[in-house]
Design a protein around this ligand. Structure first.
Ligand code: FRU
Length: 469
């Protein structure tokens, strides 16, 4: 194998950049983040040979969307993670513009990555190859090269393979854009991971009962949960509505049934998976004990990301906490994994009118609130959550214009579970019926204060740090 030309540059960037990122008061204490540079999508999330592996889109060389490598962490317990050898670098002709997102499978004991080799041309066009890589004895990955070229009838925007095993075969969902510039999800089938047959479009814009729903669908993920098949997808270019799909790009889910004989996915309408300011490109996997977990990128492309203040410290973005999914009444619920409870220090509580609640140190905090509205939660004067009888509103100022911006969740909220970690807040509504994930950049030490005359029962814990070791 030829010596890597990128690796020495990456090493220097990490050695120089890591101390500065880890010193930043905005650097998370119990969420995964890049030690330098830019992190985006989670990739290759899998339990393999007794450990969990989580790969991630990573530009180690700066805070721009360039030089996409696959970083790699592993963990025995989903709490304590360790760095693993850099898995993929964009050094081949077929992945030279980036080793883009994908997934991992256990192929007869061999940890195998399926990712998109992205190739951009000088005239602004691009092509994409779906590629394989297998783990070697040093824990790194050997590339096997492309196994799929661009399918006919689609533009160069074909990417983000998510592969799973069903019966005796492998299946893949793949994000795509057709020649009419409509976002689609393609289903593929293979016996050996090397030879793939397209089984058609299973969802997308102007497909399966959906109307116009965007020009590109990225990062699809399909799985069965409690008898329902869910398809998670990231449709780009769907119309903003007054109370949903407000971000530059959103994440949606469809619930239905995939027939493995006809390769048809019948599904209902498109729902938003997270109503906060930052959430994108989530990926799921199964745990050793059969739970379906999800982790997302707590960022959004093409928005205000480059205005985030951590860029000045040489790093940008983080993952969400790990979440357990469940299906309830045909809907997808998300809650922080139970393992996170072991980070709690001693519980404290309060009951009464919200305005009489004690201020809480919000730097590393978990808080549970039971109530029916009539109050507001102020996160360090930087993020404001208004809780009314018929819904929630989250407000934050634009980092560019300074104007207030809002995200809403409609419904009767009775229970909130909130995780605050340095520069992120994740709000779980009614035990997972809704979620709002957002970054915020308060002055530290940050405090959470309550106001309003609504009655509330509060339990809260400071959280222990749980970093990559
Ligand atoms: C989603 C995405 C993917 C792509 C990757 C590149 O955020 O655009 O479609 O594979 O990021 O980093």
């Amino acid at each position: 194998m030829a010596a890597s030309t990128l690796l020495p540059t990456v090493l220097t960037a990490v050695m120089r950049g890591q101390p500065r990122a880890l010193r930043d008061p905005h650097y998370p204490a119990c969420h995964l983040a890049p030690v330098t540079g830019l992190l985006n999508d989670p990739n290759g999330f899998i339990h393999h040979d007794g450990r969990y592996h989580l790969f991630y889109q990573w530009n180690p060389l700066g805070c721009q969307h360039q030089h996409k490598c696959w970083g790699h962490w592993s963990s025995a317990d989903l709490l304590h993670w360790q760095h693993e050898p850099l898995a993929l670098m964009p050094e081949e002709s077929y992945d030279r513009s980036g080793c883009y997102s994908g997934s991992a499978v256990d192929n007869q004991g061999v940890l195998t990555l399926i990712y998109t080799g992205n190739v951009k041309f000088d005239d602004g066009t691009r092509t994409a190859w779906q590629c394989l890589a297998v783990q070697n004895s040093e824990g790194g990955f050997d590339k096997l090269g492309p196994v799929m070229a661009l399918p006919e009838g689609y533009t160069g925007h074909v990417r983000d393979p998510k592969v799973w095993r069903h019966g005796e075969r492998w299946y893949m969902v793949l994000g795509a854009q057709d020649l009419q510039r409509r976002g689609k999800v393609l289903l593929w089938q293979s016996d050996d991971l090397h030879h793939w047959q397209c089984r058609g479009e299973i969802a997308g814009s102007e497909c399966g009962g959906l109307g116009e729903a965007g020009y590109m669908w990225e990062c699809p993920d399909l799985f069965a949960l409690d008898g329902t098949t869910f398809l998670i997808c990231c449709p780009q270019g769907i119309a903003r509505e007054p109370t949903r799909f407000r971000n530059a790009h959103s994440v949606g889910w469809l619930a239905g049934d995939l027939c493995y004989q006809t390769h048809r996915f019948t599904h209902g309408s498109l729902h938003e998976l997270d109503a906060g300011f930052e959430f994108y490109a989530p990926q799921t996997t199964l745990t050793a004990d059969g739970r379906r977990l999800l982790v997302g990128w707590m960022g959004v492309p093409d928005g205000e990301e480059m205005a985030q203040p951590t860029v000045a410290q040489g790093w940008i973005h983080q993952m969400t906490c790990l979440r357990e999914l469940r299906a309830q009444d045909g809907r997808l619920y998300q809650q922080p994994i139970a393992e996170l409870q072991t980070l709690r220090n001693d519980a404290r509580q309060f009951q009464g009118r919200a305005e009489n609640a004690p201020p809480m140190d919000a730097q590393q905090l978990e808080v549970m609130l039971e109530g029916a509205g009539g109050m507001a939660l102020n996160f360090a004067d930087t993020l404001l959550l208004t809780w009314e009888a018929d819904g929630l509103q989250l407000a934050r100022r634009s980092l560019l214009s300074g104007e207030w911006e809002y995200r809403t969740w409609q419904g009767a909220a009775r229970h909130l579970q909130i995780l605050c970690d340095r520069s992120s807040v994740e709000i779980f509504i009614n035990h997972g019926e809704g979620v709002m994930s957002s970054r915020y950049f308060p002055r530290h030490p940050a405090q959470l204060t309550l106001s309003g005359d609504g009655e509330v029962a509060v339990r809260y814990w400071s959280l222990r740090s749980c970093m990559v070791e």
